[in-house]
Design a protein around this ligand. Structure first.
Ligand code: ARG
Length: 456
């Protein structure tokens, strides 16, 4: 098959060179964006008198038909036509002859691929943000229903202080809110039109890039044609945001895996999101959570791939940049699948509230509150810390808990202890004694829930 750029060549490429050079295997994903960009370009060329109205009409209506045919699986892309841009142009020219050949006036594949890529990213970012919003809804619901479910909070994976499950869920809610907001920022920055930049230097035709920007719903045009065709920072920004989001999901998954263990027993994963073992009949494994954790590495890899690809490229376009798409596609697919599955999984988990509550009992999680009690009785905090430390040691040696020590024994450690110590160190008291904004007390969490609701 003859190449569109065959003019200055005396030999055709070997089959293996053709295959190596082609990107159609993966960039066919851009078919809709490519047609959208070309349609706007044809309209602009007609408006500027570069094409006649009839020519533009023939081009745009044929492109619409090609789009349908692609969707119906009626078009076979070829390696010889290299990429999605030339494949579509080839079909167009096959159908309307010379008029089809005029579409590429005042355009290069360099600005064409850049506009396709940005249109694609924009669409996918919107879809991903919608998925994150659903996930946030699911977390909000769990939080709303568990405002008084008390569980251990950890540092170093050691029992630290009691918190509520609602507080815990809202912690992740905040992380995912920032993830969505990062993606929104990314979308805002990438929404500038590269088309009309030509290969790198601009075009000699009297084009109207502002018109193109409006047609394609961009906020404005890329102000520098070399930059417009050279940079992929929008894709890197997306991959960075995607990596952070996956990291949040992965931490959450790790947490669920731990909570799901027999040792913890805080949750039961729904059967639909667990798998069995081929050898051990008793097993119910949290595979979905583990896979999301694993796929996080994959998305980091996608990000590193593109960073490495771009790091030493001189301006402007280099063919290396054709390799920019697979990692982005992989990250998009992985992200969408992971957020979707995670949302279903978290929505179907059973929280074993009694087990969580019982876990608060062991581990001296009220030690800080016992110290705070003594502070209220006038002892400096550092001294209180030491007194309670000695009480904890006594408990460890005698296999008991602070709240189970009789008052006269407590008084051997400090004469400031009174009968009211016991009501001050229940798990509920520990939780509700927290006064600071954003804390775990029932009132504070209610306030956090309300703030979220009002901001919707
Ligand atoms: N398939 C190419 C890519 O994805 C399109 C741009 C090619 N431009 C060029 N001058 N070879 O990057």
């Amino acid at each position: 098959m003859a190449k569109m750029w065959k003019g200055r060549f005396t030999k055709s490429a070997t089959q293996s060179a053709n295959e190596f050079n082609a990107s159609i295997q993966f960039d066919q994903r851009f078919y809709a964006q490519d047609i959208q960009g070309s349609t706007a370009h044809a309209r602009m060329l007609a408006k500027q008198g570069i094409l006649t109205a009839d020519e533009a009409e023939a081009i745009t209506s044929t492109l619409a038909a090609i789009k349908e045919d692609i969707e119906d699986g009626k078009i076979e892309f070829t390696i010889e036509n290299e990429d999605i841009h030339m494949n579509i142009e080839a079909v167009l020219t096959e159908r309307i002859g010379d008029t089809g050949k005029k579409l590429h006036t005042a355009r290069s594949r360099n600005d064409q691929v850049a506009v396709d890529f940005r249109l694609y990213m924009r669409q996918e970012i919107d879809l991903i943000i919608a998925l994150v919003e659903k996930l946030k809804e699911a977390l909000y619901k769990i939080a709303e229903g568990n405002q008084e479910t008390i569980m251990p909070g950890y540092t170093h994976l050691q029992r630290a202080q009691p918190v509520t499950l609602a507080h815990y869920m809202l912690a992740y809610y905040q992380m995912f809110s920032r993830d969505a907001s990062r993606l929104t920022d990314c979308r805002k920055r990438l929404n500038q039109l590269p088309l009309g930049s030509g290969a790198l230097a601009g075009t000699t035709y009297n084009t109207d890039r502002d018109f193109l920007a409006k047609e394609l719903d961009f906020d404005g045009i890329c102000p520098n044609s070399i930059d417009a065709v050279s940079d992929r920072d929008f894709a890197l920004e997306f991959l960075s945001d995607a990596s952070i989001l996956m990291m949040h999901l992965s931490r959450f998954c790790e947490e669920l895996i731990i909570w799901n263990s027999t040792e913890f027993g805080f949750i039961d994963m729904d059967d639909a999101f667990s798998t069995g073992s081929s050898i051990m009949p008793q097993k119910k494994n949290p595979d979905m959570a583990e896979l999301i954790r694993g796929k996080t590495g994959r998305v980091y890899g996608d990000m590193i791939t593109l960073f490495t690809l771009m790091k030493s490229l001189p301006l402007a376009y280099n063919k290396d940049m054709q390799e920019d798409k697979p990692p982005v596609f992989d990250a998009v697919d992985t992200l969408k699948a992971s957020i979707g599955i995670f949302t279903e999984m978290i929505s179907t988990i059973t929280f074993n509230k009694d087990t969580m509550r019982a876990a608060v009992k062991n581990g001296f999680m009220n030690a800080t509150d016992a110290a705070d009690y003594l502070v209220r009785k006038g002892i400096p905090f550092r001294d209180c810390h030491e007194i309670i430390g000695r009480i904890v040691l006594h408990c460890v040696n005698n296999n008991t808990a602070i709240e189970d020590i009789p008052l006269e024994t407590l008084r051997e450690f400090s004469d400031k202890f009174d009968e009211d110590i016991y009501e001050n160190i229940t798990a509920e008291a520990c939780v509700n004694a927290k006064k600071s904004k954003g804390s775990t007390s029932f009132a504070s969490v209610r306030e956090q829930l309300e703030t979220i609701k009002n901001s919707k």
